[in-house]
Each structure stands twice: as C-alpha cells, then as structure tokens.
Design a protein around this ligand. Structure first.
Ligand code: PLP
Length: 398
C-alpha cells in the first residue's frame, strides 16, 4: 500500500502543473520585475497574469491583490496595517476596537493579542456554539462606536465549520450606513481553508480584506496574498522599495507568485467536480469512523467545508492515534499543525465546549482532489484496531 496523505489542511502537495508553470522562473526567466529590460518585463508580465488570476477568483481588481509570503503575513498586514492607517487618519486618541472569534487561527489571535498588549487596540473574542459557529447577534451586540475591524475566519481549519461570512458582511454594511461620515467598520476574513472550495467573491461576501496562502492549495510554502479593498487605509508593515503598490516591499518572488496564480486557476477550474468527489469520500469516511463505538463528529453537521473532517475518539489521545496511523502509512492530524506540537487541547475544541479530556481525543482528516476511494477505505480499515489497541493501553477512567 502506498503512503496515504490525509492531512491537506496542514499543507498540500505541489501539483506537477504548478511546478511546470513556476520552474522557468528559476532558470532562464530569472529577471527582477522592477527592471525595464526584457528579463524584467518577462517577470513583470508573469506577476501581472498571476495577479489577474487571483483577482478573477475574488471578483476583485488586480490592483487590490497584494502578494505576501503566507497567510500569517497577510493577516498581520491587514490587522496592523489597518489599525496604524486609521490612527494616522484620525489621531483622536480613542483606542480602536476589534471583534474576532475565539476559534481563529493563531495568526489572527496572536496579532490581536499583540495589538492589545501594545495598547493599539481593544479586542473582543467572541464565543462560538457547539458546532463552532459564530452568532450574528453576538457580533451585533459586541459592536461599539469605536469598532473599526471585524475579523472572522471563513472556514475553521480544525473542524471545517463554515462561518456566516455573507451575513456578517450584510450586518456590517447596515451598521456602516448608520455611521455616516464616521470611520466605517472594515471586514477581514481569513479564507485560507475556503479559497479552493467556496465562493470567495469579495463583493458577495462584503469583505474589505481577505487573506490566503498558497501551500493549502497545491502551490509551494512561502507565498500568500492579501486582498485589500480600494478604500481600506492600510499602512505597509515593511518599508523598502515600494513593491506591491507600496504595501509590501521586497523583490517579488516571481516563481512562487506564478505558482499561486496557476494553483488558483486549477483549483477554480476543478472546483465543482472536486467538491462533489471530496464530499462523497468525506461522507464515506465519516460513516466508517462513526462505526467505531465512542466516536463523534465535531464541527457543523452540514455547514462544513468539503475537505475537513474531525472527530473525538473517546478514551484515546489523538496524538497517539496519529502516530499509529503514521506507522500504517496514513497521515492525519490531532488538531492544527501549529498547535499539535504543544500537546495541549486545541483552543478551538475547548471554545466549542469540549472538556480538555475529550478534546485530547481529537482526530482530523483532510482530503484533496487527488484523494481516492481506496485511500479512504484503507484508513477506515486500519483505524478500529488502532483505537482498540490504544484503549486497552489507557489507564482506567480515561
Ligand atoms: N489561517 C488558517 C485558517 C490556516 O489553516 C493557516 C495554516 O495553518 C493559516 C492561517 C496560516 O497559514 P500560513 O502558515 O501560510 O501563514
């Protein structure tokens, strides 16, 4: 049996088509896009095309796409850049207020904490329900006259729940209408786990800022992007040569930008077929895992991204299941890749109301459009014996 990779929410394989598109930019087409000569212009054209590919996916203008190194950088630029930009605009002295959820990725939570600690912003971390959903009424109640940014993720990376981004966008629009000439509320979404499978048209969602990363959609690690609506008064967080419309200086990473453009083009081209296939495999996986006694599905029963599925397996440590699955050549995860080294229950499951003991039994599988039925069958076949073995080893009462 070949190795089975079911950890695509952590990172994905770079597809051959993507490698093929980016490779020439390491070789013959190595120019610096800021130079006016042939080499430079070749690189510039390639960047323009990738920017257009991304802009089309988001229903945005090419001018509104800023290439970065990853989603984390995009999120930092969105939050810190906006808070700094508003400070410069307003300079009134009142502390701006941010609303986010308690189940965001650390990239959002730690950025918010930084802004809080440095007294640049006040932050409200909203609770979620047992499915991981943020409630619109909670957002409405949390809005203050000083609220300038609402940042809610589109799809949760651990449980796959889809947040009501469109409804939140509509709420913000209504609130902004009543604000007249006062600073509007800007809306940011971390669309890292959504971009491949869900509609990410920014006008439809009503978002002003949207972050994504290439390595979750079959481009390499080290490339991301931030959508910035024209009126968002962001200030760069990196000074230098003024690349990326002055918002992100540094010589453009042409091969990786090309790769992101190609990966997004392929993802959109294959979206409906891939979604159909992945959902059907995911359902098979859910059915198979739930046949093991003492297992439960986490996240929303139907408002969930196609590719992420997560369970609690009673009486075992998720980390141990992942290690034994790995011995059987299957890759899964017991939480987010970033949190799993800490061996602490993930903040997502505890925010959803799971006790730390229960949350320790979490197991996440995440699929890609290359996942096959045989792979799912194999994972479902080997899992029960692993769970049985671990339960036997567990001290009584766990
Ligand atoms: N946001 C979400 C929802 C993620 O799943 C991840 C990756 O784990 C990130 C942000 C951070 O992405 P990157 O590591 O590319 O910065």
């Amino acid at each position: 049996m070949k190795r089975i990779y079911l950890d695509n929410a952590a990172t994905t394989e770079v597809y051959p088509e993507v490698l093929k598109a980016m490779n020439p930019f390491f070789g013959k087409k190595f120019g610096n896009a800021s130079e006016p000569h042939l080499w430079g212009q070749e690189a510039r054209k390639a960047i323009d095309l990738a920017r257009e590919q991304l802009a089309q996916t988001l229903g945005a203008k090419a001018r509104e796409i800023i290439f970065t190194s990853c989603a984390t950088e995009s999120i930092n630029l969105a939050h810190k850049g906006l808070i700094e930009g508003l400070k410069v605009q307003e300079s009134k002295g009142s502390v701006p207020h941010i609303i986010t959820s308690s189940i965001e990725h650390k990239a959002v939570l730690e950025t918010c904490k930084h802004l809080e600690k440095s007294k640049q912003a006040e932050v409200t971390y909203l609770p979620v329900d047992k499915f991981g959903l943020v409630k619109i009424v909670d957002i409405e109640r949390a809005i203050k006259p000083t609220t300038v940014l609402i940042s809610i993720m589109y799809v949760n990376n651990e449980v796959g729940t889809i947040e009501p981004i469109r409804e939140i966008g509509q709420l913000i629009k209504r609130v902004n209408k009543l604000r007249h000439k006062k600073t509007p509320i800007f809306f940011h979404t971390d669309a890292t786990q959504a971009i491949q499978y869900l509609n990410c048209k920014v006008d439809k969602l009503g978002v002003d800022l949207l972050s994504l990363t290439g390595h979750k959609l079959h481009a390499p690690k080290g490339i991301g992007a931030l959508y910035v609506r024209k009126n968002a008064p962001l200030i760069r967080q990196q000074d230098g040569g003024g690349q990326e419309y002055g918002l992100r200086s540094g010589t453009e990473n042409v091969p990786y930008i090309v790769a992101l453009g190609k990966a997004i083009e392929l993802a959109i081209k294959n979206q409906s077929l891939a979604t159909k296939k992945i959902v059907s495999l995911r359902e098979k996986l859910i059915k198979g895992v739930l046949e093991i006694a003492g297992t439960e599905l986490t996240g929303h029963p139907d408002k969930r991204a196609p590719h992420i599925v997560s369970f609690i397996i009673k009486g075992v440590e998720g980390e141990a299941v992942v290690l034994l699955l790995s011995e059987k050549d299957v890759a899964a995860s017991s939480g987010s890749a970033c949190a799993s080294r800490l061996l602490e229950p993930t903040h997502v499951l505890t925010a959803m109301g799971y006790s730390p003991e229960k949350a320790h039994g979490s197991l996440r599988f995440s699929l890609s459009r290359k996942t096959t039925e045989e792979e799912i069958d194999y994972a479902v076949k080997v899992l029960p014996a692993i769970v049985k073995r671990l339960r036997k080893m567990a001290p009584k009462g766990v």
